[in-house]
Design a protein around this ligand. Structure first.
Ligand SMILES: Cc1ncc(COP(=O)(O)O)c(C=O)c1O
Length: 435
């Protein structure tokens, strides 16, 4: 009998855990190292989601282990007004990486960073309306959840007053098309902002956007889109907040995804990847915005703001990313993964699209009907089959979208491990197609 079926464990889980989202995976994970997690039978499962899209250095990186041990012995947590060297050093390092955004606030989670960013935008602009994409995910807390449209809106009472959504550009299913059938994102954006303007009471404070909508099904903002979006914001006196929870710290082949577009946001939020799996997030903004917020009494005083332990981890993450050349590596490994998945697309009709950038890729599963009809059941079956064969992947299931696999392995993954993952996906598709 497999140790993963341990009835005592599962009964206790059933009796005592509040269910918070998708069903629990059918294995007990005992430990994790590098690109693998290990279940109760000691079976290695390749982690194609870097934990919750965060463990960019893989699991249990020696330098992170050393940093946590050292810092926890030195000082882990303090009164929130006390400063330490890791906090100031990390702020300085981040500022050097994002010229223009030299002011930094260190927090714990992605939702929290977006709360702080939106709160700051409201205070500075003196307005309160917030626009986001209709397939966005910015977090589960109040204001971040109000700007999250991909899931979880129903049943929780009113969202923040002045919450608006516009469609995210989708090149696989364009709503506005050029004569050649390709996505006409500029017309879509113009149309969307006309609607926003009609609904607005004249209080537009901010637009919050992911450069690649991840939970929304790996929808990449096309080249030029961010610049056009920034212009829309400037025309209306809104701030552009970019949420690089998943794309920041190298994953797309740039340190930050916005660098491909040469567009600097007014406020940048980082989370997930900056702590490489430990709870650390950051809000970055311009000195002018920080000054304006401070003058108006900006308050974001939390228990774990400027905590030295996660800050020390963040510093080590940046050191490892630099020393192991992981930004360039994400580009190279991403190209290999893209090729591998594209070959599966050529081989199997159910693979409708492969998209994304660097090591944040999407593979969309469709019905072979010729009209890009989503196939959620097939996607779920492939995911379950891959898990049995030793690969953990995540699938986005949303109305109007196909089953989209979000593939974001650690930036430290080896070429052999990537090939192994692609080959398991291929075997899983083959096995499921035969049934
Ligand atoms: C783009 C983006 N922003 C924010 C969040 C929320 O982060 P957290 O779950 O750490 O609050 C997520 C989580 O998936 C995310 O993908």
């Amino acid at each position: 009998m497999s140790n993963n079926t341990d009835p005592k464990f599962w009964n206790a889980a059933k009796n005592h855990l509040i269910r918070y989202g998708s069903p629990f995976d059918p294995a007990i994970i005992e430990r994790a190292k590098g690109s693998f997690v290990y279940d109760a039978d000691g079976r290695a499962i390749l982690d194609f989601t870097s934990g919750q899209m965060s463990a960019v250095l893989g699991h249990g990186h020696a330098r992170i282990v050393e940093t946590v041990q050292r810092q926890v012995e030195t000082v882990a947590h303090l009164f929130s007004s006390m400063l330490t060297r890791p906090v100031v050093d990390l702020a300085q390092r981040l500022a050097e990486l994002a010229p223009g955004l030299e002011k930094v606030l260190l927090l714990s989670t992605g939702a929290e960073s977006n709360e702080a960013a939106i709160r700051m935008a409201k205070l500075v602009t003196g307005k309160h309306e917030v626009v986001a994409f209709s397939k966005s995910w910015h977090g589960m807390t109040g204001v971040a959840a109000s700007a999250t449209y991909s899931a979880g809106r129903k049943g929780y009472g009113p969202a923040a007053v002045g919450s608006f959504a516009i469609p995210a550009p989708n090149a696989f299913r364009p709503r506005f098309k050029h004569p050649d059938g390709s996505l006409d994102w500029q017309s879509e954006l113009d149309d969307a902002f006309e609607l926003v303007d009609n609904q607005s009471t004249g209080n537009l404070a901010a637009f919050v956007a992911e450069p690649i909508l991840s939970s929304g099904g790996i929808l990449e903002l096309p080249k030029g889109y961010l610049a056009a979006l920034k212009k829309k914001c400037e025309e209306r006196g809104m701030l552009l907040i970019l949420d690089e929870a998943q794309t920041g710290i190298g994953r797309t082949g740039h340190m930050f995804a916005f660098q491909r577009d040469g567009v600097t946001p007014d406020i940048l939020t980082l989370s997930k990847t900056i702590g490489a799996g430990l709870p650390l997030s950051a809000v970055m903004t311009t000195p002018a915005i920080e000054e304006a917020a401070h003058e108006k009494g900006f308050l974001f005083y939390t228990t774990h703001v400027s905590d030295p332990l996660p800050a020390a981890v963040g510093l080590t993450v940046l050191d490892v990313v630099r020393d192991e050349n992981l930004v360039a590596r994400a580009g190279q490994m991403g190209a290999q993964l893209f090729d591998g998945l594209s070959q599966l697309k050529d081989q199997y009709d159910c693979v409708g699209d492969v998209r994304g950038r660097g090591l944040l890729l999407g593979m969309e599963i469709i019905k072979p009907t010729g009209n890009r009809e989503p196939d959620h059941d097939m996607g779920a079956a492939i995911m379950a089959e891959a898990f049995k064969r030793g690969l953990s992947m995540n699938i986005v299931k949303m109305p109007g979208m196909g089953g989209v696999f979000r593939i974001a392995p650690p930036l430290t993954i080896s070429a052999e491990e990537l090939d192994q993952g692609v080959s398991i996906i291929g075997d899983a598709i083959k096995a499921v197609s035969r049934v």
